[in-house]
Design a protein around this ligand. Structure first.
Ligand SMILES: Nc1ncnc2c1ncn2[C@@H]1O[C@H](COP(=O)(O)OP(=O)(O)OP(=O)(O)O)[C@@H](O)[C@H]1O
Ligand SMILES: [Mg+2]
Length: 473
């Protein structure tokens, strides 16, 4: 049997808490949600929308090895029966465990931030590094004040590599997380107007991303997007902390540079260059943005001391996840529809990326391009202009029909010739029947909008009408 993730005494010490009751059973993981708890997990009772303390009994029922709590429970009767670790604040305790996990680790640690592309890059790094040694990586988009310490706490002591995602909505949020992670390599995928409503400018977003360099270990490496307009600022901030700098992109001065890129509906073929070295590889998910992120991966592999040639075949195994570009072939009465599910979120750069990726599918297979677009949120005063500004990308992608919802997307919609205006509705719920009436066999249908615009039900409606479907390209 593999080593347990934590010895109980070490965990109690790292959490700065008091053990209450019998020691925990074998600790094999951590959970903050009793519904997804696996037997052997330590349940951490965080306060979020609801107080995790309410779910301690459910956690033990699901097989929790222990629970980290700040509440005093009466023993016996209806109180929890398992091992408790009592602390002042479970979130602080989780951070303490995260720091202890980092302190005991000999892994080469990569932290990924950026306005978009963090999870895609993290998943590609996981696939690549796994071929070089045991690799621990964040689950989903666990990148915030609890996601980062949770990911560290879950890191096995014998990991050779770890890949963490660090996100932010506001200035100052990355600093404490980067100091907790202390990465050897800090990757900035890109800087874009995402969450712009919380920042005075995109430059201020670049400053906030640059907080990641503060956490770099001495002699650590910053992997930077050479094509980004804010590259000089990032370089300056990284240099200021003494980081080594490695760049990626299409720019002729990029250290890891795309020399040849063939975009296809099932993925891309790339030849990248580094000095006189050539790296031919395949990226399993379609879209130019995946190619860009793959260049960041290539640059990172060298920086963590992995053999890039050996690791790169991992990139062929990347697949776009549900809500983030997953492709499904659906059966319509007279043929097929290709559904691209981008419903998880949207901002100006990711909508452009998604439109471009939909255009990679040749007209011979799917003749009509239908973009189903919902409002992009959190864009502040620039929001109307940023919505209207998508017109160029809609044109460049050869979109034949725009089906839209929300007051902001109405602004883009009004820019279009009537022949390209499909149905529009104030909300996604109201759009649903019209969308189902507007699509037909031979369409590629890409659905995208911010999470708050609720585009996922439209994907579900397409699957219910034409599904279940099968993975398609
Ligand atoms: N390098 C890139 N350039 C432009 N768009 C990108 C890039 N990488 C990803 N995208 C777009 O952003 C979407 C989200 O990608 P991903 O999940 O990797 O981002 P993220 O940074 O993890 O997002 P979140 O902050 O929501 O966790 C993708 O579906 C794609 O549309
Ligand atoms: Mg993410």
């Amino acid at each position: 049997m593999a080593e347990p993730l934590w010895q109980w005494e070490d965990l109690v010490a790292a959490a700065h808490g008091d053990a209450d009751g019998a020691p925990a059973l074998r600790v094999t993981g951590f959970a903050i949600d009793s519904r997804s708890l696996e037997p052997g997990d330590v349940f951490v009772a965080l306060k979020d929308a609801r107080d995790g303390h309410e779910f301690v009994p459910a956690a033990f029922k699901a097989g929790a090895a222990a629970a980290i709590v700040s509440r005093r429970y009466a023993r016996g009767g209806s109180g929890p029966s398992g091992a408790l670790l009592r602390v002042d604040d479970p979130l602080r305790a989780l951070e303490g465990i995260g720091r202890a996990a980092r302190a005991r680790s000999n892994a080469r640690i990569v932290a990924v931030t950026g306005s978009v592309g963090k999870t895609g890059t993290k998943e590609m790094l996981r696939l690549c590094l796994d071929t070089a040694g045991p690799t621990h990586a964040a689950e989903k988009s666990y990148n915030n004040h609890w996601g980062v310490p949770l990911t560290l706490a879950r890191m096995p002591a014998d990991s050779a590599f770890a890949v963490l995602e660090i996100g932010m909505n506001h200035a100052g949020e990355i600093t404490p997380l980067a100091e907790m992670v202390r990465p050897h390599v800090a990757v900035v995928t890109t800087v874009e107007p995402v969450h712009l409503g919380f920042f005075p400018s995109v430059e201020a977003i670049a400053e906030a991303k640059a907080e990641i360099f503060v956490g770099l270990v001495p002699g650590g490496t910053a992997v930077l997007p050479r094509d980004n307009p804010h590259f000089p600022l990032l370089r300056e901030r990284a240099s200021a902390v003494g980081a080594q700098i490695v760049t990626f992109g299409y720019h002729e001065e990029a250290d890891f540079r795309a020399l040849q890129v063939d975009l296809g509906p099932r993925g891309s073929s790339v030849i990248a260059g580094h000095g006189s070295q050539r790296f031919p590889y395949r990226v399993g998910a379609p879209g130019e943005h995946y190619v860009r992120n793959s260049l960041a991966v290539l640059a990172t592999l060298g920086a963590v001391g992995a053999d890039a040639m050996r690791c790169l075949p991992g990139l062929a195994r990347i697949a776009a996840p549900a809500g983030r570009g997953a492709r499904t072939l659906l059966d319509a009465p007279d043929g097929q529809i290709l559904l691209i599910d981008e419903s998880y979120n949207a901002n100006p750069v990711s909508v452009r990326a998604a439109l471009a990726a939909m255009a990679v599918t040749p007209r011979e297979t799917f003749g009509r391009r239908v973009a189903v677009l919902g409002d992009m949120l959190e864009l502040g005063e620039e929001s109307p202009a940023l919505h209207r500004g998508l017109k160029e990308a809609v044109d460049a992608a050869g979109v034949d029909l725009v089906v839209a919802c929300g007051p902001m997307m109405r602004l883009l919609y009004d820019e279009l010739a009537p022949s390209r205006q499909g149905p529009w509705a104030p909300s996604s719920v109201e759009l649903e029947p019209a969308l189902l009436g507007a699509v037909q066999a031979g369409d590629v249908v890409m659905i995208k909008g911010s999470l708050g615009t609720r585009m996922a039900p439209l994907v579900a409606a397409m699957l219910a009408r034409f599904g279940p479907g099968r993975p398609g390209g």
